[in-house]
Write a protein that binds this ligand. Structure first.
Ligand code: ADP
Ligand code: MG
Length: 350
């Protein structure tokens, strides 16, 4: 079932801006849509409004095309998993997973069969008789997923489900969630402030900032074609260069790039350049090029991270394969010629 949010606004007393302001997006059926943004950007507010736990001041929520803005939460047929979603500590794993079914009056036999199926789905067969206190953090969250899925919700709502876990478990559970989604295909909304999680797990990303939607697109769209400077700086690493349009080109720290469409001469612009979009060569081989000095060089596994100092005093972070740097035979302190393969330019607003 798809989820459509239309012009949703929610204001809390005391906030400088609404927690959610005119938020609209469509989450396609069967896909994972990530709501991505920094802390306080309104992600949880939007998710709670979809669940019916928060009443919006304005706007609508549709599930499967049906307007359910006024439908109480228990009748929306959504499942939740929250960051610290407490399991019932006095119930076994089996009791937790089967809870929603028992409340709905599903008979014991049918319930047991469904719980077995769910434990298998979240790879916790054999854990049914344990209590939550006997599980690791990652296992507890998997029980929470099984519990959320038990009643076959139309939509799964996840609010930072892995945020409380340590990095290794978080990365493991990401792969696990992808597999789970491939098996269930349940429409999923995933709230996260972790761009890697969003880009890796979703088919669509809704980027939020200060209560507003800044961009909706595929993970590649928002990474390669950020719509605003905020999106460009929030998603992925980027160098920021500032300059002006001169003679139809953007002049930035000695580099010349294609000016953004329609920008007049004299306009202030800034460019976002991904570290892997910087090309370097030995300075002696491109004597007429824009030169820089390798100020620092750090090896991270197969990758090398360089910090280049341009004559303009701007620094450029560059990422390249270690083998590529070796082939160039370059090391710290050497002069290089710099080129930009691809950049995203914006005209600065006043
Ligand atoms: P996120 O999930 O992106 O971190 P939230 O939706 O939780 O953001 O919060 C958005 C804004 O709304 C924040 O400024 C937060 O302080 C405020 N807010 C959220 N819930 C409440 C509430 N119940 N009462 C007052 N302010 C709230
Ligand atoms: Mg939140």
């Amino acid at each position: 079932m798809s989820v459509t949010v239309e012009h949703l606004t929610k204001r809390f007393a005391g906030g400088s801006h609404p927690a959610a302001e005119d938020v609209s997006f469509h989450a396609p059926a069967g896909a994972v849509t990530a709501l991505l943004g920094p802390s306080g950007s309104g992600k949880t507010t939007v998710l709670r409004a979809i669940a019916g736990l928060e009443e919006a001041d304005a706007g609508r929520v549709r599930i499967g095309g049906e307007d359910c803005t006024r439908v109480p939460p228990q009748r929306r047929e959504v499942g939740f998993v929250f960051q610290g979603y407490a399991l019932f500590e006095h119930l076994t794993v089996r009791g937790n997973v089967g809870f929603g079914l028992r409340v709905r009056g599903v008979a014991r036999k049918e319930r047991d069969a469904r719980v077995d199926e769910l434990l298998e789905l979240v790879q916790l067969q054999g854990y049914g008789e344990r209590y939550p206190s006997q599980l690791s953090g990652g296992q507890r969250q998997r029980v929470a997923f099984a519990r959320a899925l038990a009643t076959r919700p139309r939509v799964l709502l996840l609010d930072e489900p892995f945020a409380a876990l340590d990095t290794r478990v978080r990365v493991e559970l990401r792969a696990w969630l992808r597999e789970l989604h491939e098996r269930t295909h349940v429409t999923t909304l995933l709230v996260t402030h972790d761009q890697e999680e969003a880009l890796e797990l979703s088919q669509q990303v809704v980027v939020m900032h200060e209560g507003r939607v800044r961009q909706v697109g595929t993970p590649l769209d928002v990474y390669d074609r950020p719509a605003t400077p905020f999106v460009a700086s929030f998603i992925g690493n980027a160098n920021v260069l500032r300059g002006r349009v001169e003679g139809g080109r953007a002049a930035l720290g000695g580099l010349s790039l294609e000016a953004p469409g329609g920008a007049p001469d004299g306009a202030r612009v800034h460019a976002f350049v991904r570290p892997h979009e910087v090309r370097i060569a030995r300075a002696v081989e491109e004597p007429a090029g824009v030169h820089a000095v390798i100020a620092a060089l750090t090896r991270v596994g197969d990758l090398v991270k360089l910090s280049l100092q341009l004559a303009s005093r701007d620094t450029l972070m560059v990422h390249m394969a270690h083998t590529e740097l070796e082939a160039l035979g370059l090391s710290q302190g050497e002069r290089v010629s710099v080129g930009i393969r691809n950049a995203r330019l914006f005209v600065e607003e006043h």
